[in-house]
Design a protein around this ligand. Structure first.
Ligand code: HEM
Length: 396
């Protein structure tokens, strides 16, 4: 399995149209950039609110911006680039790219302004349109079947769509258990599915080996069922059992990944080490910790949100950006900038997760955590600034 750069440009088309065709074949270039900027806006709501410079309490809007506008941008950027390639199907057309990107921008801006219903409606349109676009390619245009792990990525999209539909029906989410279920589907399932599915073949590559392919459809189906069941078990049976089942589903799905470096393998770079030592361990701790402190689950969930989702987006995004701009080897190198990014994001995760355990300094910790994430995300954006729109010189 590869994640190749597009090598088929039509030389007869005009430069502007050519650029749109190019961006359609590599939508991550737009989505990663706007997603990371939304993430900075989404955390900045907290210090702005506490300093009296934000007009409303940002609880719901923050959550939606972070999951829909930030996480969603990385999911669509990644699957929109890799999906058609895996199927050997046509890349996204310029009109598809334009429609998805406008929906995404409008979705994020609505949530920043507290227009939750509008924001959710636009997100539903975006996810449904995107799923239909990939689904059409699977049914009518594929030359190859997608790898089994993509079942998990598709499960994530289904969670996102189902969770948003529930949120859009006030009568349903008036019931606390449905509200919790909707929250789990949208805030966890939507991103855990792609993390598990894409991780199975991408993590081995990030760790210095080949793309992982060694998984069966049956295994992936089992992981998907366990993930979905974990939400229902948490809400309707026993919260702790659901949380443990979800952590088990993640570990089961990623069990094939060789986390330990082989004796003759090259030294992994800063970002690959961050994946092994921070990202995944903190994600698993974030999934299990609420078992021991259920009342603080939102604080502890942030170990998953900030490290498992946020830092992972930055690591996988770096691999894609380096790989598609002709400097793949830089991903595997040690880097002080990358260390700074990892430090800032892990600090944000730990500061946010611990804040609620210290009520006297809780608000100042929210602020430190927000600035720490903003610093890491800002550094990442500047680090890759040239690469967002730089072609791979080998891509003629
Ligand atoms: C790093 C700085 C961050 C701070 C200070 C922060 C702060 C908060 C606070 C105070 C809440 C509770 C809101 C309420 O209950 O009314 C919350 C909820 C939430 N945050 Fe964050 N957050 C941060 C980062 C993130 C990141 C990076 C993500 C996702 C990638 C995220 C996703 C969420 C979600 C989904 C919720 C809702 C959880 C639920 O209701 O179950 N947050 N955040």
């Amino acid at each position: 399995m590869s994640f190749p750069a597009c090598r088929h440009r039509n030389r007869k088309t005009k430069p502007a149209a050519q650029s749109l065709v190019w961006l359609g074949s590599e939508p991550y270039r737009l989505f990663f950039l706007s997603g990371i900027l939304f993430s900075i806006a989404g955390v900045a709501m907290w210090p702005l609110f506490f300093s009296g410079n934000f007009p409303f309490y940002p609880g719901v809007s923050h959550a939606r911006v972070m999951i829909e506008a930030f996480g969603g941008a990385f999911v669509i950027g990644f699957l929109g680039t890799a999906g058609p390639r895996m199927l050997s199907a046509p890349r996204l057309k310029p009109w598809e790219l334009a429609a998805f990107f406008l929906l995404h921008l409008a979705n994020g801006l609505c949530h920043l302004r507290g227009l939750t219903i509008w924001g959710d409606g636009l997100f539903l349109a975006l996810l449904t349109g995107f799923a239909l676009s990939l689904g059409t390619r699977v049914v009518f245009f594929r030359k190859e079947w997608p790898p089994p792990a993509m079942l998990l990525a598709a499960t994530g999209l289904v969670c996102g769509i189902a969770g948003t539909i529930l949120w859009l029906n006030p009568a349903w989410v008036a019931r606390p258990e449905i509200q919790r279920f909707a929250g789990l589907l949208l805030y966890q399932g939507f991103l855990l599915g792609p993390v598990m599915g894409v991780g199975i073949f991408l993590f081995p590559r990030l760790l210095g080996g080949d793309f992982g392919e060694d998984v069966t459809f049956r295994r992936m189906a089992l992981a998907a069922v366990a993930l979905l069941a974990s939400f229902a078990v948490e809400v309707w049976v026993l919260p702790a059992a659901g949380q443990i089942l979800r952590a088990a589903a993640l570990l089961f799905a990623l069990a094939h990944v060789r986390w330990r470096r082989g004796k003759d393998a090259a030294t992994p770079g800063t970002l690959a080490n961050a994946l092994r030592f921070w990202c995944l361990p903190l994600a698993v701790i974030g999934l299990i910790a609420p078992v021991f402190s259920p009342l603080q689950h939102i604080a502890l969930d942030h170990l998953l949100f900030v490290s498992g989702f946020g830092l992972l987006c930055l690591i996988a995004g770096s691999r894609v950006l380096f790989g598609h701009s002709g400097s793949l080897e830089r991903f595997a190198q040690g880097s002080w900038i990358a260390r700074g990014i990892v430090f800032a994001t892990v600090l944000a995760a730990l500061t946010r997760a611990s804040a609620n355990f210290m009520p006297k300094i809780m608000i100042s910790h929210y602020e430190y955590a927000a600035w720490s994430w903003a610093a890491g995300a800002g550094l990442w954006t500047l680090w890759h600034a040239r690469r967002f729109f730089k072609r791979d010189p080998g891509d003629d």
